[in-house]
Write a protein that binds this ligand. Sequence first.
Ligand SMILES: Nc1ncnc2c1ncn2[C@@H]1O[C@H](COP(=O)(O)OP(=O)(O)OP(=O)(O)O)[C@@H](O)[C@H]1O
Ligand SMILES: [Mg+2]
Length: 236
Amino acid sequence: MTLLSTRAMTKNFAGLTAVNAVDFDLPKGEIRALIGPNGAGKTTFVSLLCGRIEPTSGTVEFDGADISHLPAHKRINLGMAYTFQITSVFARLSVFENVALAARKRVHGTAQVAQAVHAALDQVDLNDRAEQIAGDLSYGHQRLLEIAMGLVQRPRLLILDEPTQGLTDSEIDAFKALVRGLKDTTTILLIEHNMSVVMETADRITVLNFGEILAEGTPTEIHADARVQAAYLGTG
Ligand SMILES: Nc1ncnc2c1ncn2[C@@H]1O[C@H](COP(=O)(O)OP(=O)(O)OP(=O)(O)O)[C@@H](O)[C@H]1O
Ligand SMILES: [Mg+2]
C-alpha cells in the first residue's frame, strides 16, 4: 500500500530546474532515506511534498487522495509532519511549550497535553530540559526538539531534513534507535548525509542528483551502485 507518491513533480527556480519530473512512491511503513549531493534538490522535493512551496508542475498523492493543491496546514491535518533543515523552534518559549503547541493540534486538556508532551520529550531524551528556553539549547538539541514537535502529532508520515546535523555521536546512536522504534507506527522519509544513519535505519534509499532520481534500492544495492559512488558516495 502506497502512502505517498508523486508524478512528474517539477520545480523550476528562475532558470534552474531544482526538481525534474520526479516519480516517487513511498509504501506505508517504510523508512526511506533520501540522499544526494549538496544542491541535488532534496529539500526542494520535500518542501513540495509538504506544500511549503508550489510545484511548477506535477502531482502528489497522499493515501490515495490528490493533495497537489492542498495548503501545508491541511496536509499536516492529514497526518504529515516535518522538520526542516533550518531549525524553526520558538526560541523564546520553553522546550515544553514548543512541544505543547504542536501537541494541541491533536489532544486537548491540560493533563492530556502535558502527558503527550512528556512522552514525546522522552522519545528524544529531552525531558530533563523541558523547562529550558528553547533558544538556549545547543543546535543538536534544537533538532531533537523539532523531532519531538513532529512526533507528538503522531504523524502517519514523518519527514526529517538532516535531523542529525549537530548531534554528538551518542545522540546520533540514540536517534538511530528512535527511528527504528518508530517503524511500526510511522512511515519516515529521512534526508540524511550521515551514511551510518542511512545504512543502519533505511529500508530503502532514493538517490537524487541534479533534481532527478539517479538510483533507488536497499542500502546494500545503493552502496554497490557505481553511478551512486561516482555522483555522491565517492566524494564523501
Ligand atoms: N528559493 C530558491 N530560489 C532559487 N533557487 C533555489 C531556491 N531553493 C533552492 N534553490 C536551488 O535549487 C537547488 C536545489 O536546492 P536544495 O536546497 O533543494 O538542495 P539539497 O539537495 O537540499 O542540498 P543540501 O544537501 O545542500 O541541503 C540548488 O541549486 C539551490 O540553490
Ligand atoms: Mg537540503
